[in-house]
Design a protein around this ligand. Structure first.
Ligand code: ATP
Length: 466
């Protein structure tokens, strides 16, 4: 039975954001995913992996603009969750862990989805998502599918290590990045001399053999996660759970996601994963509905106790004052980098009427995460030399794109579509007054700025505010 989601209000944060910039022109948000998918392919954000071979279902490549957006998002997470915090350490672990890891974690036993086959069209579906299966193309007289009984399908991808192909050489590509945080817990705590409470964060690839990859990159078979495992005393679990759910919502809002398209949904007891005592999803309103982009979980001492048991190593800690020996409770925040990139792109996408039947498509990405921050556009090729000098100077601080070809209006439109927040135009007056025109992507306002002041003007505008 599906419960109505309980939405947790974040009045203070939301109120602050509701007052943020409203577009002044007639503007349409993204309604059809196809529009975004086509922009992403056309402009080199994201496109099917192995495209020349017809693609491979559930795998995506990030092109020159996509990789910049993704890297900016990862750097923002790392800065905020790891670097700015004295109580968090970062690590980067191997994708393939000892196979016992996945027995201890419960993935071998539990990490599966219910699978059904249609005997007529031979397609496979997730039994809990059959309402999205659509009519069966192979059944004459009726469009109903002819489903088999549901059976459990394990989502972990397997591989072989070494030259032999026996069972002992079988390994898994990790299904989540956090398990090696648990197995490295003791080493990291001792080497960093951290005391409870503290956290360990990691960004990396994860692999799941999803039955039905869909909704562009939303459900992929290879994706990236940024996970924090925060270890605290069991008596402090509620306090830290509450702290991290607020902190993570604030993160998504600071990225520039529209606050009215974000909500937090608490899991009912019947929905909780085997390792979870409590869970809240951060959900974003995609064109295909409200969907999870991050999970915040109270994992209790499930992982540390299981890895202690399976490895025979005591992963407990001793309180320096009370001498109590205990297994810390884990509060986890697990965000999908690809899903958040997708939310950012959906949220930023807009089509604006400019009058006279002209429209422009733009990505209103926050300048701090936009792939290109500044485009340098000389009005004429004859002005290339001084414009190139500005480009070289700005490249030391910003991600810069240079383009001297074609009509300036068309060049602006191309940058709007790439989400570039600022265009700097070197024109025929620049040599005389030493000023360039800076055009703002969202308002399309133009300002004359002295060349020596350019970096000072752009710098704070390309950063996250306080
Ligand atoms: P779902 O219910 O949508 O399958 P989940 O609850 O299994 O997701 P978690 O195991 O909590 O997801 O993983 C944490 C995050 O990793 C998710 O919030 C999501 O952003 C990301 N993620 C999980 N599975 C995928 C996937 N197949 N493709 C892209 N991102 C994913």
């Amino acid at each position: 039975m599906t419960r109505p989601p309980r939405v947790i209000g974040e009045a203070d944060i939301l109120a602050r954001l509701m007052s943020s910039v409203a577009p002044t022109r007639d503007s349409r948000r993204l309604e059809r995913m196809e529009d975004l998918v086509s922009l992403c392919a056309r402009r080199g954000f994201i496109f099917p992996s192995s495209e020349i071979y017809g693609g491979i279902n559930g795998f995506w490549d990030y092109g020159p603009l996509g990789v910049e957006l993704k890297n900016n998002l990862k750097a923002t997470w790392w800065q905020r969750v790891v670097r700015e915090r004295p109580d968090v350490e970062g690590i980067d672990t191997a994708i393939i862990a000892h196979p016992r890891t996945w027995e201890a974690s419960g993935h071998v036993e539990h990490f599966s989805d219910p699978l059904v086959d249609c005997r007529a069209c031979k397609k496979r579906f997730r039994a809990d998502q059959l309402d999205e299966a659509g009519p069966c193309p192979s059944r004459e007289g009726t469009s109903d599918h002819d489903f088999t009984e549901a059976r459990q399908f394990n989502l972990m991808l397997q591989t072989q290590i070494g030259a032999s192909e026996d069972a002992a050489s079988m390994a898994y590509l990790r299904a989540e990045t956090c398990q090696s945080i648990f197995s490295d817990f003791k080493r990291v705590r001792e080497s960093s001399r951290q005391k409870i409470p503290f956290g360990i964060g990691q960004i990396g690839k994860a692999f799941r053999n999803e039955i039905n990859p869909r909704n562009f990159t939303f459900r992929s078979r290879e994706f990236e996660q940024a996970e924090l495992e925060f270890f605290c005393h069991p008596s402090e679990r509620e306090r830290w759970f509450d702290y991290w759910r607020r902190e993570r919502l604030r993160f998504h809002i600071d990225l520039g996601l529209d606050a009215s398209s974000l909500r937090m949904r608490e899991h009912g007891k019947d929905e909780l994963a085997h390792y979870c005592n409590a869970a809240i999803d951060v959900e974003y309103l995609f064109p295909f509905g409200w969907q999870e982009i991050e999970g915040i979980h109270d994992r209790g001492d499930w992982d540390l106790s299981r890895h202690s048991e399976f490895s025979g190593k005591d992963l407990g800690v001793t309180d320096p004052q009370s001498k109590e020996h205990y297994l810390p409770t884990v509060i986890e925040t697990s965000v999908g980098i690809d899903r958040t990139c997708l939310a950012l792109l959906c949220d930023a996408y807009a089509e604006e009427d400019l009058g006279d039947g002209e429209t422009r498509t733009l990505l209103r990405l926050h300048p701090a995460i936009a792939p290109i921050q500044v485009a340098v556009l000389p009005l004429s090729k004859k002005l290339a030399e001084p414009a190139r000098a500005i480009e070289a100077e700005l490249r030391r601080r910003f991600n810069v794109f240079y383009d001297e070809a074609g009509n300036i209006g068309r060049r602006y439109r191309r940058q709007d579509e790439a989400g570039t927040p600022f265009c700097v135009t070197y024109d025929f007056d620049t040599a005389r007054d030493g000023k360039v025109t800076v055009r703002d992507r969202d308002s399309m306002d133009q300002e004359r700025i002295g060349i020596p002041e350019l970096a000072i003007y752009l710098g704070p505008r390309c950063e996250f505010g306080e």
